[in-house]
Design a protein around this ligand. Sequence first.
Ligand code: CP
Length: 312
Amino acid sequence: MSELSVNHLLGIKYITEADIQLIFETADHFKEVINRPIKKVPSLRDITIANLFFENSTRTKLSFELAEKRLSADVINFASSSSSVTKGETLIDTVNNILSMKVDMVVMRHPNPGAGVFLSKHVDASIINAGDGAHEHPTQALLDSYSIREKLGDVAGKKVVIVGDILHSRVALSNIFALQKLGAKVKVCGPKTLIPKYINQLDVDVETNLRKALEWCDVANMLRVQNERMDISYFPTTREYTQQFGLNKKLLDSLNKEIVIMHPGPINRGVEITSDVADSKQSIILEQVQNGVAIRMAVIYLLASKIKHHED
Ligand code: CP
């Protein structure tokens, strides 16, 4: 297969295992490109991409922009806080105004679940979901699985536990879909109040004891508690959360086995993970960020190859 089965990347739910493998093979090539002295290829000189961020971001925003520039695309950036959205302009009006400037592809982060799917039905451009509320964050899940493949040789058969605030996490949902499509075994671990009721429908086991979860796994993906998405208290205090679900060096060393530590960022150091674990040899947190550029180059390149006027 040399082509994606989709024209947009709206979620891992909507793509196939073959799509993911094609993205990984393409990312392998771009990883080699970005390690060259000249880190740029001319592939997308005829493509214009708009990065629309209606919610804050450091890694995803910078990584997409770098990926687009490494592919030689023209790039425009939009942050809702400094735009006419603050004057009441709608999402569709905002995007249609941007598209009238001959934009081919939109990368969008939005606080509302389903915002990318909605946009894909109303505008004539290729849409990449850069995180929509607590729904999906597909490029994060792709770079996470790609980083596991790089570290452990394969994703199939590996045991991965996702720890923390599963309820509010788009990273958790996209990771579950990606890992399962690639043949990994997935558990989630966290306070019962932060495990969504629909988890049983996803064929995922729940473990509320962090030690047991860590003893089982090859990889632990530690998630941040997303206080900004909480309107009530889901656990008594941050201190108690950390005591039960925080990963520290003493706990890690007591396992008597090497596990791979991941975190999508941003990290709340000392809450879900201590600094000595986040910065340890077992942590691949910065490799995840590095791989994000190659993965996003691959996604953009493959989606651009489906745009009619683009000849590569
Ligand atoms: N992992 C992630 O999405 O980080 P940002 O919110 O900084 O983009």
